[in-house]
Design a protein around this ligand. Sequence first.
Ligand SMILES: C[S@@+](CC[C@H](N)C(=O)[O-])C[C@H]1O[C@@H](n2cnc3c(N)ncnc32)[C@H](O)[C@@H]1O
Length: 367
Amino acid sequence: MVIILNQTKDESEITMKEQIKKFAIKSMVGFQTVMIYGIGRQVGIFNYLYEKSKSQPTEGKITSISFTLEELSEKLNLDLKYLDGWLHMALECGLFEIDESAERRAKTAPHVYDLYVDPNSMFYLGSITFGFYGANFFLETLLENFKTGKLESFLSLPSDFYKVGQQMSAAMGKTVEGLFSKFCKEEKKRVQKGGTVLEVGCGYGLNLENWIRKYLRAKFVGIDIDPQGIEHAKKEVEKNEWNDRVEILDVPLEDYAQSANSKFDLIILNQVLHEMNPDENYRKSVFEDLYSLLKENGILVVGESMIPNTFTKEDFQLFEVMHKWFEVGFGSRFYDEVSFRELINSTSFKNPELIRERRNYCWIIRK
Ligand SMILES: C[S@@+](CC[C@H](N)C(=O)[O-])C[C@H]1O[C@@H](n2cnc3c(N)ncnc32)[C@H](O)[C@@H]1O
């Protein structure tokens, strides 16, 4: 064990004040933002602001929406003193700012409309932030399991909560679609012209839905093992009258690969791998199954958080580290870039390609 005693102060040493500032900015404000956003979303404020913005005549793109506390209280049937406390903190967190156009009015701060109000914005962070807020409901179990190492199953989560988790996956799936669309032009054309697409682990269908809406002539199959997810996905297909081009099946990949009699132009595996059985041989068999389901000129797109070891001093993305922490209690097993490449190269697939743009990335794997 190494105990660090008082050392002589060197010039580059961080001061107490700087350290406190780091805590304050990185964690306290961030934590409050998650809490305040989460509560605001739960009581319907963000949804209300979105609906309000959509119902108002506007010229051009909406960038901000303003409101009063009285209005929120009346429309959402909420207590004014709680709303006042909530808004005060939300102003402090930078979600809103005072709207000077009238007395006691607030409006969304710059970019907050895109980040937290409009769920269709490509910059929308609402699902991810709400997912972290949702983790609070799980704290008691987490604390108990922390001591014993016990693991939970994703299927033991309340359906609503698991769905929020999948909203986060689907938000990441949107960025994966963006990368596919930009960097896989040939394959994109094929899918657009009426290609076939399989999503393995489609869950509630939230990610699949984005693809279905974008590739209007393509035919889709979504498979999963979560009956509640499947039920929800099927209802959406029904509701949107997609039955002629979308099929949702309650079947594990391993069984589907045995029984399917058609192959696909595109297979999507978005935020699924880390939730699958962690056994290395099982993971290899997943890629063998995917290989057998892909057409010769087909493409496999994998959206998966690449997480370096704790002590590698690599530049990391906060979301990925949170993803690891968030799912540690479910026994999730992640890869980093090197180990993922090794896994793929040990299967019939070879040479996975990591496509990156800004903070977004996905793996493109061809036969
Ligand atoms: C985090 S969710 C991702 C859902 C969806 N892909 C998205 O991006 O929104 C992972 C899903 O993989 C499913 N899954 C896990 N193992 C599977 C298997 N062997 N076959 C099919 N689905 C599986 C889980 O039931 C869960 O719905």
